[in-house]
Ligand binder design. Structure first.
Ligand code: ZN
Length: 90
């Protein structure tokens, strides 16, 4: 399932959850203290997440709840190109 967040700094921030959310590209100094949950907790491939949106500037992220250690999700490990694993070949 794709994210409903559309990152576009040229548009006005918009909260039309659950259809779509328009968010600035970057968080601002206001975001740390003003992130609020939008909508309900959703599930994707065993991960629980919800949208968090800054009520000042509209910056939105998907916030994933900690569920299981990553090693218990092999389908996610395959996407870990940002964290290449060094393995010794026996
Ligand atoms: Zn903000």
């Amino acid at each position: 399932m794709a994210t409903i967040v559309e990152y576009d700094s040229r548009k006005e921030p918009l909260n039309a959850y659950p259809e779509r959310i328009v968010s600035p590209f970057q968080p601002d100094s206001c975001c740390a203290d003003h992130m609020m949950q939008v909508g309900k907790v959703e599930e994707e491939r065993g991960f629980l997440y919800y949208y968090r949106r800054c009520r000042v500037c509209g910056f939105t992220i998907r916030y994933f709840l900690p569920v299981l250690p990553p090693e218990q999700h092999p389908q996610i490990q395959r996407q870990g190109s940002a964290h290449p694993q060094v393995q010794e070949v026996a």
